[in-house]
Write a protein that binds this ligand. Structure first.
Ligand code: 4NP
Length: 160
């Protein structure tokens, strides 16, 4: 994909609270990039500030651990203006986060802003559903989605 640097891409995953979807996406991407031997700058943030400083939701941590990723060290933070320059790509979990990020983006932002699932064939325009108010099954579905995103990112990076 032309908007990802072939080496050492910098990708920010974005959701609402930064305690469920985007930390899971960061965890899946960490695992996928490490497995591919590609150096990447990976981070996550939320558009909201309710959970700033908090570790990922326990259910998210448990699902990540079950899939081989430790996300217990992550701490929620809110999307900041310098993110629009520091990252090549900002990937939003859903259309609300996407709209919010685009509204906050400075006119000279260098980051491209896309939906996470835009990278996944057949899922373009789709949203990663918020599992926060559901049961554990929702977190498994979220992991499936974000790991498909991570695999597509690695493939796009590897192919330059
Ligand atoms: P996330 O899920 O955006 O995937 O982190 C949420 C977590 C918390 C809230 C909303 C969504 N909340 O309203 O507190």
């Amino acid at each position: 994909m032309h908007d990802i640097k072939p080496n050492a891409p910098a990708v920010l995953f974005l959701c609402l609270g930064n305690i469920c979807r985007s930390p899971l996406a960061e965890g899946a991407a960490r695992v996928a990039f490490a497995a591919a031997g590609i150096d990447a700058t990976l981070d996550s943030a939320g558009t909201g500030d309710w959970h700033v400083g908090h570790a990922p939701d326990r259910r998210a941590q448990a699902e990540a651990r079950r899939r081989g990723a430790d996300i217990s060290d992550l701490r929620a933070r809110q999307l900041a203006q310098d993110d629009f320059y520091r990252f090549d790509l900002i990937l939003a979990a859903d259309v609300v986060n996407l709209r919010e990020a685009r509204a906050l983006a400075p006119p000279d932002a260098t980051a491209r802003i896309r939906l996470m699932l835009d990278l996944v064939p057949g899922r373009q325009g789709g949203s990663v559903t918020d599992p926060y108010y559901g049961d554990a099954g929702g977190f498994a579905a979220t992991w499936d989605d974000v790991s498909a995103v991570a695999a597509a990112l690695v493939a796009a990076t590897s192919s330059g």
